[in-house]
Design a binder for this molecule. Structure first.
Ligand SMILES: Nc1ncnc2c1ncn2[C@@H]1O[C@H](COP(=O)(O)OP(=O)(O)OP(=O)(O)O)[C@@H](O)[C@H]1O
Length: 240
């Protein structure tokens, strides 16, 4: 089967300026992510992994270079179009969950579908199914303050999946999870990648998770390098 490119990153550079000091975080990064592909990005703390993920998700602008989603240049898009892309085509899982504090778990998960105009009962039903899938059937109506860190993380993960995005960008998705919950999340990733062709780019220090992805890339000196590192070697990078 011919692989379809979902995301193309071309010669992306990113520098930060602080007075006279310029820090070049990304140096000519090139990457193509294909439909249904699971990609892990590893690398030491401060190497630029989150910066790249933000550029992929239209949340930060490259200093130069291009990011294209299914051929559409993300940085030529209007603000309205970027909002639409973020809600419809991309799913975000952050290190800090960014759940809405006054809404229940099921309402938080349903929110991106409601924003997209899905009928309320339909959206809530879909949200409920996803929460059950990650072992939260007993927490549907709890607000984030009543959930543990790991439970909040699972809510945030399935919220990113409700609109069946083409690409999910995840920053440390299993950071707060025990091994069993981490495995459930991995299985969900696997299932969606296979069934819906959802692509996943996962920034992680979790060597278990990284080694299960289709491809592992290492961020080093501002560039991405294919790596064949296995469990133990990745663990060195995971010392963060
Ligand atoms: N807004 C900013 N202004 C200046 N420097 C920044 C800014 N954002 C990030 N940086 C710097 O860019 C570098 C890369 O940061 P980034 O968050 O992408 O690293 P990371 O690989 O995701 O790290 P970690 O694994 O610790 O999350 C760091 O040195 C950081 O201090």
């Amino acid at each position: 089967m011919k692989q379809q490119a979902i995301l193309e990153i071309e010669n992306v550079c990113k520098s930060y300026h602080d007075g006279d000091v310029t820090t070049q975080v990304l140096k000519n990064v090139n990457l193509t992510v294909y439909s249904g592909e699971q990609l892990a990005i590893v690398g030491s703390s401060g190497s630029g992994k989150s910066t790249l993920l933000h550029i992929m998700g239209t949340l930060d602008k490259p200093t130069s270079g291009k990011a294209m989603l299914e051929g559409e240049d993300l940085y030529q898009a209007t603000a309205a179009r970027k909002n639409q892309i973020r809600n419809q085509d991309l799913g975000f899982i952050y290190q800090f969950h960014h759940l809405l504090p006054e809404f229940s778990a099921v309402e938080n998960v349903a929110m991106p579908a409601l924003i997209q105009g899905v009928n309320r009962s339909h959206a809530l039903e879909k949200a409920k199914k996803l929460l059950v899938r990650v072992g939260l059937s007993h927490r549907l109506n709890h607000i984030p303050a009543e959930l543990s860190g790991g439970e909040r993380q699972r809510v945030a993960i399935v919220r990113a999946l409700i609109n069946s995005p083409k690409l999910v960008l995840a920053d440390e998705p299993t950071g707060n999870l025990d091994a069993k919950s981490g495995e459930t999340i991995y299985q969900l990733i696997q299932e969606l990648a296979e069934q819906l062709g959802t692509a996943f780019v996962v920034v992680t220090h979790d060597n278990q998770l990284a080694s299960k992805m289709d491809r592992q890339l290492q961020m080093k000196d501002g560039s991405l390098q294919e790596t064949t590192l296995q469990h133990n070697e990745l663990a060195v990078e995971g010392a963060n």
